[in-house]
Write a protein that binds this ligand. Structure first.
Ligand code: NDP
Length: 337
């Protein structure tokens, strides 16, 4: 079967691409430039030789009709599935609308519109949403599950930078469900909602300064940034391993009953102290760079999580924090941390 994967240059998408190729799919991935596309092909020469991997350039997902030609002008078999991961997750930004909200929301509306118009063979579109679209700080539930939505308003997302990214994921996912309801397309939609995603880097990085946002804290810990001072607050106390999330993306296209559902893809609780412990246990040689007696800031009354749907419907078994952080650390050391 043939899949369009958006944002193939990203941290998560590179793992999704590996999982798709491993399971025999033919993939066209979208990237912002020829350089990024060529880097992906260079990492998969065997699959390229089998004509199972190509790329299409979509330079800005905010633009109207951005995905039209990627979907319409493909030689060979028609597309069966689309996986939409491309969306900004910046460590910092200047313009909330241009840099974050518009690419997220227009990108989601745009891919769905283009699929409807140009790729009638597509049966399902999987959207990489986020726990950010569920987080309810004002009125937190005892246990987070797929019924919970972030109540953030558009104005809050535009005016409060700390809510912009969360708003972008909330409004993008809402746009997807609204599209299905209004447009009644031939395809169904699945949303995956992971919290903080950690794990090994397999995409082309070039420089550790360009590391994706979630893995930055592991890099900082390894590089000794918090050796002599307190760890930063953990904030959202849930994580998932990128490889488990990648498999969830593939299962989301394969499992018929997944259609029309959102999935809370989380392995469980974690804290920054537990990340440091995992680095120390798996890489004792780094011990002197790590915080010596960090505090575990998991609140006694921390919210619970219900990940039964992703385990039961998609059959995902989650890696432990130790395995996740240990392998992330090994990979960041290889990248020069
Ligand atoms: P990355 O920053 O590594 O990947 C983001 C991808 O989106 C890149 O391919 C990037 O392209 C592309 N992109 C961003 N803005 C645009 C734009 N305006 N036009 C075209 N392409 C764009 O982050 P992740 O892999 O972590 O994120 C992937 C998805 O997962 C996002 O939807 C994110 O919200 C979601 N997510 C991530 C979590 C995490 O902890 N990492 C947690 C929950 C959800 P380029 O490489 O050229 O910049």
């Amino acid at each position: 079967a043939k899949v369009l994967l958006t944002g193939g240059s990203g941290f998560i998408a590179a793992h999704v691409l590996n999982a798709l190729l491993h399971r025999g799919y033919t993939v066209v991935t979208t990237v912002r430039s020829k350089e990024k596309g060529d880097q992906i092909l260079a990492a998969h020469t065997d699959v390229v030789a089998q004509s199972r991997l190509t790329y299409a350039i979509v330079s800005d997902i905010s633009q109207k009709n951005a995905f039209d030609s990627a979907l319409a002008n493909q030689p060979g078999a028609p597309f069966d599935y689309v996986i939409h991961t491309a969306s900004p997750f910046p460590a910092s930004f200047e313009n909330p609308l241009k840099d974050v909200l518009e690419p997220a929301v227009n990108g989601t509306n745009g891919i769905l519109q283009s699929v409807k118009q140009f790729a009638p063979s597509v049966k399902r579109v999987v959207i990489t949403s986020s726990f950010a679209a569920m987080l309810d700080h004002k009125n937190p539930p005892k246990t987070y599950d797929e019924t919970v939505w972030n109540p953030v308003t558009w104005d809050e997302a535009v005016n409060d930078h700390s809510l912009t990214y969360r708003g972008s994921k909330t409004f993008a996912e809402r746009a997807a469900w609204d599209f299905v309801e209004k447009e009644k397309p031939n395809f169904d939609v699945v949303a995956l909602n992971p919290p903080m995603v950690y794990g090994p880097v397999v995409h082309h990085l070039g420089s550790l300064s360009r590391l994706n946002t979630s893995n930055m804290r592991i890099r900082d810990f390894i590089q000794g940034k918090h050796r002599d001072n307190e760890l930063p607050p953990t904030r959202n106390y849930l994580f998932t391993d990128v490889r488990d999330l990648a498999l969830a993306h593939v299962k989301a296209i394969e499992v018929p009953e997944a259609g029309g559902k959102r999935f809370f893809v989380t392995a469980g609780h974690y804290t920054n102290k537990r990340i440091v412990d995992a680095i120390r246990e798996t890489h004792p040689e780094l011990s002197s760079r790590l915080a010596q007696n960090p505090i575990d800031d998991l609140p006694a009354d921390v919210y619970g999580y219900d990940n039964s749907r992703v385990k039961e419907v998609l059959g995902i078994e989650f890696r432990s924090l130790k395995e996740c952080i240990g392998d992330a650390t090994t990979s960041l050391l290889e990248e020069g941390a």
